[in-house]
Write a new protein. Structure first.
Length: 334
């Protein structure tokens, strides 16, 4: 919303060029604390889907534990206060790790669709639970894969959830942009984008009954992909079981194409959902109509330089139309 991207196609970076880079290698440590049987190596679990066994023992399918090194801590009050012209508050929030499989597996696309469904279902459960806490304004779910994307030395599949006492600046920018569009046109901008991308087809990558994956018009990074539900909803936690199955199928296909086509690149994915609407006059009162949750996948194939940091512009070496074509045509059999 309102950002500018320079598509520097004249620099000659074709989609296939990125797959020729040195393959991203994930560092491995000794005993993996996330593997089944090593439950004592993590903090006590918050929740788990199980087939057998009791808490903090083998037999789980997906497991959620507190982070050993939390960015924010759940104990305490916010204590917001002034420090001269600045504001300060205590570091209150939550930081959880979602361990996505009991087996030592680093690749999302190699999971069964049913297992992917369990991951997306536990995201829903954790958001619903944490939104009960009025201290938390926003719940951000994300995955870091590969050292360049900020991943730890643990290569076992996992993602993270951080609950914050404020709405993050980047999310707030999306919310404000969506509201402005709705105020002008009385329509959700994301629904309009979805319709336009389906009609044009040039940037569409994958589509099924519930979801569309496409290369965004102003992609910030080479091979950036967004996934959006076809049903209008601002909040991820409203996702149905049928939609979870559709999302699992699409993600398995898409991440397989990404890994094989670009030689297993580092990436981040980020779930942008509506904030916790604590009842308050004028507080994000139009979100139900103007916002639309979505998933952003960003391969880390280039690094930001001084121009990008100084200007707020992004430089993307590969037009999104080329990216979509590459995924659709070059990797049909993945």
């Amino acid at each position: 919303m309102g950002r500018w991207v320079i598509i520097a196609a004249e620099r000659g970076r074709r989609p296939i060029d990125f797959s020729l880079r040195e393959k991203e290698t994930l560092p491995l440590s000794g005993t993996c604390p996330f593997c089944q049987g090593n439950e004592a190596m993590t903090p006590p679990e918050i929740v788990a889907y199980r087939k057998i066994g009791k808490a903090n023992s083998p037999g789980w399918l997906v497991r959620v534990v507190p982070s050993r090194n939390p960015v924010l801590r759940i104990e305490g009050e916010l204590g917001r206060r002034a420090v001269g012209i600045y504001d300060m508050m205590n570091g209150v929030g939550a930081h959880e790790v979602i361990i996505e499989t009991p087996e030592h597996q680093p690749h999302l696309d190699e999971l069964e669709i049913s297992q992917l469904g369990k991951i997306f279902r536990i995201y829903r459960d954790r958001i619903l639970d944490l939104k009960k806490d009025r201290r938390f304004k926003y719940l951000l779910i994300f995955k870091n894969y590969g050292s360049r994307a900020g991943a730890s030395t643990i290569s076992h599949l996992h993602s993270q959830l951080i609950a914050t006492p404020v709405t993050p600046k980047r999310v707030k920018s999306e919310l404000i942009g969506a509201k402005r569009y709705f105020d002008y046109k009385k329509r959700c901008i994301y629904c309009d984008i979805l319709r336009q991308e389906v009609e044009l087809g040039k940037r569409t990558i994958l589509e099924n009954k519930g979801f569309l994956a496409w290369a965004p018009f102003a992609a910030r990074f080479p091979f950036e992909v967004w996934i959006i539900p076809k049903r209008h909803s601002p909040d991820y936690e409203t996702i149905s079981d049928e939609e979870i199955n559709d999302l699992g199928r699409l993600m398995k296909d898409l991440m397989g194409r990404l890994r094989q086509g670009l030689s297993d690149p580092p990436y981040n994915y980020i779930l942008h959902t509506g904030p916790n609407r604590i009842p308050r006059r004028g507080y994000w009162s139009t979100i139900d109509d103007d916002f639309h949750w979505h998933l952003e996948i960003m391969p880390r194939l280039t690094r930001l330089g001084g121009f990008e940091w100084g200007s707020g512009f992004y430089i993307n070496l590969t037009p999104p139309e080329d990216v979509a074509k590459f995924f659709r045509e070059s990797l049909k059999d993945v």
